[in-house]
Design a protein around this ligand. Sequence first.
Ligand SMILES: Nc1ncnc2c1ncn2[C@@H]1O[C@H](COP(=O)(O)OP(=O)(O)OP(=O)(O)O)[C@@H](O)[C@H]1O
Length: 266
Amino acid sequence: MSQQLVAFDKIGITFNGRVLLNSIDMSISEGEIVTLIGPNGSGKSTLIRTLLGLQTATSGEVIRHKSLRIGYMPQKLHIDPTLPLTVKHFLALVRGVDKAKIVPTLEKVGIGHLLSSQVHVLSGGETQRVLLARALLNNPNLLVLDEPVQGVDVNGQVELYNLIEGIRNELGCGVLMVSHDLHLVMAKTDTVVCINQHVCCSGSPQHVTGHPAYQALFGVPGADESIAIYAHQHDHVHDEHGDVLSESEDANHKGATSAHANCHHS
Ligand SMILES: Nc1ncnc2c1ncn2[C@@H]1O[C@H](COP(=O)(O)OP(=O)(O)OP(=O)(O)O)[C@@H](O)[C@H]1O
């Protein structure tokens, strides 16, 4: 059985009385691709920051296997565009990097020819590949990718997801990806965890159906049948803080607020 790399055990985060995450349970194992989805502000990045140790949980625990080594790919590359910096020099900044690995790693992600290019002239897709290369240079057994296809056109997204799957197959690493929707990422995902402050649902893509709950969250207009759509059963109601309401609270809440579109399904 695959080694579990990390587990979130009832992770909760509260700021000034506002619940950002509520009792999140999930895990990622070697060789597993887990996709975290949820609407804007649902806490995806906060959960990733907690995994990276940049955010302290108010309650619960992140259980890391002693072998855990994370390669993190952020949403965006923040570099002063006036700063001359080649891809090679950018990657040489990775702490403890084996410089002999830079060229083969760039080749692995399909951009060996960009070694001497300036980072600020790269296209969106090229930039994402450089960031992926940087994550790989950390020799990870868990890749953490925060919206890896951001700023990439649809064809480029398919290519990137294929690349990520190929890397998983080659290295046997776990992958935790954040995504806003699943139209393209679905076929490359073993497990989906849908959060909206708490875990709304999780499961394998095999259970995908065109459930109205998912469609209410993300919309699926025009999705053809070859595109898999993640769906979940939702038998509870959230308040505006993401907390799950009891039946009596729900009845009161319905009177007090308009429908909370994010997670109010049956
Ligand atoms: N340090 C913090 N202090 C207070 N509030 C915070 C902090 N970090 C995040 N938040 C709030 O937590 C909520 C969740 O933010 P988060 O960035 O995790 O959402 P997300 O699901 O990644 O959203 P998006 O899809 O828009 O990237 C937001 O409302 C944000 O304003």
